[in-house]
Design a protein around this ligand. Structure first.
Ligand SMILES: Cc1ncc(COP(=O)(O)O)c(C=O)c1O
Length: 374
């Protein structure tokens, strides 16, 4: 028999749905940019392979990339150095080793509901207990500091937080970020901040928790910002002491992050501003199109979204989100049921606008037709 912490893990509900999609279905479920990475990065990747970068590298990642990331993060905090950065195999591995490093048996970590699917399993696999805090449409999908305060017990070790957020598209404003940081400082908690969508902010600005709380562990990645989800390169930025512990855990998990890929990402960092601007402008247009189309569906309530590339409308039909998503799938549109992101996601659907304007337009026509029949 397998231990419960493993046996109790579920495959993602989203994956199952994608696999059942009919050929030609319009995919409004994608969790990755639909564009390719900049050609300079692909050239740099090939070049790194030709130059023999095919061997193990340092467990914490190549110093050049760590340094480039540290320089970049100086806009959050002036004191960031190479020693504060560890390169990981995407945010997925970053979050996993961060939980393994800071949580032990009996420790509680607060996680969002609805929230990205990895947090609960990561806490559980580390031997800890996930405790959910709620995000609701009434509260703009921002965390409620009073609720967080009430959920903190003597066993709480960390607050896991994600802004810009998957699945809701919310970007937490500075006063919310500060309020959460105040609680974390008062109660001596880590903030585990998943910032993978930091470069997808359409209104306002991204505020990092690291600005207001020293014990913040930023988990980030190049998957979305440089459209390299398959390359598996991300990073964790935090104190030197935590990075040293993370490097040990990473050594026993991964040995080291892939060498040639890190060189390619380093090349990407030099041109990321240009890439980001063009991607952001395209995604903003798509967001506006999606919001307009969704507002034409009377049974949907879709408040404005400021970041990431998702919208998370609530619908009024008496149908489970799983059933709704299945009906859409049969009609030729893939989306994610809200329940895949936690109990509080029920009654919502997540649509991604990481698809062409034409597909968004056609896809939402179908959604509108199906919604009318339910
Ligand atoms: C909020 C969030 N965090 C982390 C990840 C994982 O990113 P990575 O490809 O860097 O592992 C995703 C991917 O969809 C995500 O949406």
């Amino acid at each position: 028999m397998f231990p419960n912490r493993v046996a109790s893990l579920q495959f993602s509900g989203i994956r199952k749905l994608f696999e059942a999609a009919p050929p030609g279905a319009i995919n409004l479920g994608l969790g990755e940019p639909d564009m390719q990475p900049p050609k300079e990065m692909i050239e740099a990747f090939k070049d790194a392979l030709d130059r023999g970068m095919n061997k193990y590298g340092p467990s914490a990642g190549i110093p050049e990339l760590r340094k480039a990331i540290a320089e970049n993060l100086k806009s959050y905090r002036r004191d960031v150095l190479v020693e504060n950065i560890i390169i990981t195999a995407g945010a997925t591995e970053g979050m996993r080793i961060a939980c393994d490093t800071i949580l032990g048996k009996g420790d509680e970590a607060l996680i969002p509901n609805p929230g990205f699917i990895i947090y609960g399993p990561d806490v559980t696999l580390a031997g800890g207990t996930p405790v959910e805090y709620s995000l609701s449409q009434e509260n703009s999908f921002w965390p409620d500091p009073d609720e967080i305060q009430e959920l903190v017990t003597p066993n709480t070790k960390a607050i896991v937080i994600n802004s810009p957020s998957n699945p809701t598209g919310a970007v937490f404003p500075e006063h919310v970020v500060k309020a959460i940081c105040d609680i974390a400082s008062d109660r001596d908690l880590y903030i585990l901040s998943d910032e993978v969508y930091h470069s997808f902010v359409y209104e306002g600005k991204h505020v990092s928790f690291a600005r207001f709380h020293d014990d913040t562990i930023i988990v980030n990645s190049f998957s979305k910002s440089l459209a390299t989800t398959g390359w598996r390169i991300g990073y964790v930025a935090t104190s030197k002491e935590i990075v040293e512990q993370l490097a040990k855990v990473q050594y026993y998990t991964l040995a080291c992050p892939p060498t040639a890929t890190q060189h390619a990402v380093l090349a990407g960092m030099k041109i990321r501003k240009r890439f980001r601007e063009s991607m952001l402008s395209e995604f903003r247009t798509r967001r506006d199109l999606m919001m307009r189309k969704l507002s034409e569906i009377p049974s949907f309530r879709t408040p404005p979204v400021d970041g990431a590339f998702y919208v998370f409308p609530r619908y009024s039909q008496e149908t489970s989100s799983d059933e709704f998503a299945q009906r859409l799938l049969k009609a030729g549109v893939i989306c994610a049921p809200g329940s895949a992101f936690g109990t509080r996601g029920e009654g919502h659907l997540r649509f991604s606008y990481a698809n062409s304007q034409e597909n968004i337009e056609r896809g939402l026509e179908i959604v509108s037709e199906v919604a009318e029949t339910l």
